[in-house]
Design a protein around this ligand. Sequence first.
Ligand SMILES: Cc1cc2nc3c(=O)[nH]c(=O)nc-3n(C[C@H](O)[C@H](O)[C@H](O)COP(=O)(O)OP(=O)(O)OC[C@H]3O[C@@H](n4cnc5c(N)ncnc54)[C@H](O)[C@@H]3O)c2cc1C
Length: 464
Amino acid sequence: MTSLDPTLVQGLRAGLRGPVLAASDPGYDETRAIWNAMIDRRPALIARCLGVSDVLACVRFARQHSLALSMRGGGHNIAGLALAEGGLLVDMSLMRGVWLDPASRVARAQGGCLLGDVDRETQLHGLAAALGFVSATGCAGLTLGGGFGYLSRRFGWTSDGVRAMELVTADGRQVRASEKENPDLFWGLRGGGGNFGVVTGIEYELHPVGPEIYGGPVAWRAESAAEVLELFRTLASEAPRELTLVGVMRKAPPAPWLAKDAHGQLIVMLLACYSGKPEDGEKLLAPLKALGKPVGDLLQRRPYVSLQNLLDATQPKGRRYYWKSEYLPGITPELVAKQREHAERILSPHSAVIVFQLGGAIADRPADHSAVGNRDAAAVLNVAASWEKPEDDAANVEWARSTWRDMKRFSTGGTYVNFLTEDEPEDRVAAAYGKNLERLSRIKASWDPQNVFRMNKNIAPAAS
Ligand SMILES: Cc1cc2nc3c(=O)[nH]c(=O)nc-3n(C[C@H](O)[C@H](O)[C@H](O)COP(=O)(O)OP(=O)(O)OC[C@H]3O[C@@H](n4cnc5c(N)ncnc54)[C@H](O)[C@@H]3O)c2cc1C
C-alpha cells in the first residue's frame, strides 16, 4: 500500500459519495476499531460507503491495485474478519436503512444494518425476522453465517428466512440472488459467510411476534446449579417451539436487578423467551419462577425489543474476547455438570459458559437446503472468555481452551462458523459445513475464482 500512488487514492475519494480514511486522517482509529479489542489491524484505507455505487467502486479499486479487501457490517466478528492489515476496508456501517412491506411481511435491510435496526422497525407492526441475541450484531455477518436467536426454534436459521440478497460480486457487478435468480449463489450465501461478495441488501421474511412476549432472565446462586440446570434440561427437552432457553454460568455483574451480596459471586442463570401468547409462557415457565430462592428475576411480560437488547450491556465493544464453541446433540446431566465445573474456574468477572437451546424448525429443512450446516444440533455450547487487560490474555485464553478441550467430548463434531476465533485450524471450517462444503467450494470457484473475498472463514478450493 505504501507504494500506491496518492493520486490513485485521491481518485478513489473522488469516485465515492462516502468518506475514505487513511491512517493519517482524523477519525481513522475510532473507525477501524471493532468489537473484539484482541484484534488490532490497520487497513490502508477505510471506505465508508453510502450506496451500491460506492461499493462497486471499492471492489474494482481493490482488484485493480491488488489490495486485500475486507468488509464490515456490525464489526462483531470474534476473529476480526472485518479488518485486513494494509487492505481496503469496505465499511458498510453507514448503510443502515430498513424498508418494510408489512402486507407481504418482508423487510429489506441495507448491508450495514444491525439486528436492532431491523427489530425496531418490524416491531412497529408486530412483526419480526428470526435474528440473534445481541442488538448491536451486524445483520449481514450473522445472516451470511447462518444465524440463530430466540425465534430460530420456530422459524429456522436466520438465513432460512432470507428471500433474496443483493451483492456486489468479485467481477464488480451488482447481482441479485434468490430461489429464482442465481439460485446456486443464493444457496451458498445462506451460510457461506462473506465468501461471495459485498452484500448491500437482505430481504427478510417476517413473522407475527409480540410486540409483547414473555421472557427474561432468572438467576440463582451457584449452589443451586444442579437443580437449576436439571430444570433447564427437562424444560428444554419438552419445550414447544415458541420457547427458547439459554443456560448461563458466570460471576454476577453489579447489575441493579441482582442481589448486592451476589455481585462478583458465581451464579447460574436461565434466559427464556416465549414468543407465543404471553399467558401461555407464564404457565409453561411457572416451575422456573417457583424454583428455590433466585438472586434476581426479570422474567416477565415485556416488549420483544427489550429482550433483544437485554444482553447488550454484557458485550461491550472494546473488551478482549476469546471463544470456543461446539454444537451439541443434546443437553445431558453430564454436560451441565461440566458446565458448572468449568464455570467454577472462571478467572474474569465477564466470562461465561453458555448453552443455547436449538432444535425445532432448524431441523425441518433438509441438511442440504442451503450451505449452513449442522441442522441436527440440539444446542450450541459457547465458552466465552471476556476480560479487560492485555496482560491477562494468556490466562483467559487458556481457561477457554482448557474448558473446551474437556467439553468437546459432548460435541456433535460440528461447530458454528460465526463463533470461530482467529486461530481455528482449517478442519474447523470443514466441521462448520460438513457435507455442504464441497458444493460450497464449487460455487465459490465459479463466482470468485481468484478468491478476492478471502477475509472470512475461507472456502476457496485448495488449488486457488
Ligand atoms: C456480542 C455478540 C453476540 C452474538 N450473538 C449471536 C447470535 O445471537 N446469533 C448468531 O448466530 N451469532 C451471534 N454472534 C456471532 C455473529 O453472527 C458473528 O460475529 C458475525 O460475524 C457478526 O456479523 P457482523 O456483521 O457484526 O461482523 P463483521 O465483523 O462486521 O463482519 C464479519 C464478516 O462477515 C462478513 N460480512 C459482514 N458484512 C458483510 C457484508 N455487508 N457483505 C458481505 N459480507 C459481510 C465478512 O466476511 C466479514 O469479514 C454474536 C457475536 C457477538 C460478538
